[in-house]
Design a protein around this ligand. Structure first.
Ligand code: MRU
Length: 349
């Protein structure tokens, strides 16, 4: 299932807020609608956000390629700023916007209509590469999944969080397709219920055996020896391996360590922030209090109560067994191995 695509000059996304009740698509013909789709979480999940922003830039290029060059370039700058201001934590968003900006800059001597074509091609490439990357991640990651494994996962890292295949859920999918007979414990993932609404939905669609649990049950399951490994995604990985992911990931990691359960982070290399030394500098998005006080329109808390609603937390690298990427499995020590990877990707130290 494809989460985001370009069709007849428009950006089409699945409105994930409507799942699992309805599979509904939203068509955007203005880049500002794309920005709202990211901010309001019609589209969410780090790689999906990155690809959607890239398509948003293609849409802006289409909207403004009739202007003179200066006007066009100014509008593109404005579009990039608007898209960058949607969500602060997932680095894929900023990575994708940088890729597009680089193409615009390298071709700024060309006519706007030519630049539009190039921006669209780049957005299509970012989306296509994400699909390919996730399949490779699935191949590598599934080697770490023993037959009959009980896997615990948090949030949604599936088709919906990427362009098509998924990261942590891609590994699960690959292991299932290899006939490994896996079973998945799905954290419901309060407050937005990405686990219950999205991951459980994807697993049921794929006929992968799954059990939905309240987030607070994962400790008991691990203590009772009922979980063989944990697979989670990431929104930003620092150079030392510290990993930002959906709020509650840290709790899972600590309990996994306490109970000797391997804890794997699964992500494309576009989720690694090679400019960031450690997780302390990661900006953690805080979202609306209503996400905690209400379920849909029903209040589940008294009106006057204070609310703290961080969307992500940072798991210190010491709790992470390995990081599974499309370029292979990164083992500890992460500081050393991620620097080596940086050198390979960027050709610098
Ligand atoms: O707030 P969300 O739903 O965008 O958060 C998503 C996550 O935290 C995912 O685990 C992460 O983006 C990895 S998705 C492959």
């Amino acid at each position: 299932m494809r989460t985001v695509f370009w069709e007849q000059g428009e950006v089409v996304v699945i409105d994930q807020r409507r799942l699992p009740q309805t599979l509904e698509y939203k068509r955007c013909n203005d880049y500002r609608q794309v920005a709202v789709a990211i901010k309001d979480m019609l589209v969410r999940g780090a790689p999906a956000i990155g690809a959607t922003a890239a398509y948003g830039m293609a849409l802006a290029a289409k909207q403004y390629c009739g202007l003179d060059k200066r006007g066009f370039l100014l509008k593109m700058e404005e579009a990039s700023k608007t898209l960058a201001a949607t969500r602060p934590t997932a680095v894929n968003l900023f990575w994708a916007l940088k890729e597009i900006e680089r193409v615009i800059e390298l071709n700024s001597d060309k006519e706007p209509v030519e630049i539009y074509r190039m921006v669209l091609d780049t957005a299509e490439k970012i989306a296509g590469d994400d699909i390919e990357t996730n399949r490779k991640i699935g191949e590598y990651g599934s080697r770490l999944v023993p037959p009959g494994a009980n896997i615990l996962t948090h949030c949604n890292t599936g088709s919906l969080a990427t362009v098509e295949f998924g990261t942590a859920l891609g590994v699960i999918r690959a292991a299932h397709r290899q006939g490994k007979n896996v079973h998945v414990f799905v954290d419901e993932t309060r407050p937005r219920l990405q686990g219950a609404r999205l991951t459980a939905w994807e697993l049921v669609q794929d006929n992968i055996p799954a059990t939905l649990i309240p987030d607070s049950a994962s400790g008991m399951l691990m203590k009772d020896g009922r979980v063989d490994l944990v697979l989670v995604g990431a929104d930003r990985i620092a150079l030392n391996g510290d990993t930002a992911n959906k709020i509650g990931t840290y709790n899972v990691a600590v309990i996994a360590r306490e109970n000797h359960v391997p804890f794997y982070v699964v992500a494309p290399t576009t989720t690694i922030d090679f400019d960031l030394e450690n997780g302390d500098q990661i900006i953690i998005e805080e979202r609306d209090r209503r996400e905690v006080t209400h379920i849909d329109d029903m209040a589940v808390a008294p009106e006057g109560v204070g609310v703290f609603n961080p969307a992500f937390d940072v798991t210190p690298e010491k709790y992470i067994t390995a990081i599974i990427t499309e370029m292979g499995i990164i083992e500890r020590p992460f500081g050393e191995n991620l620097r080596r990877l940086k050198q390979k990707i960027k050709g610098e130290g």
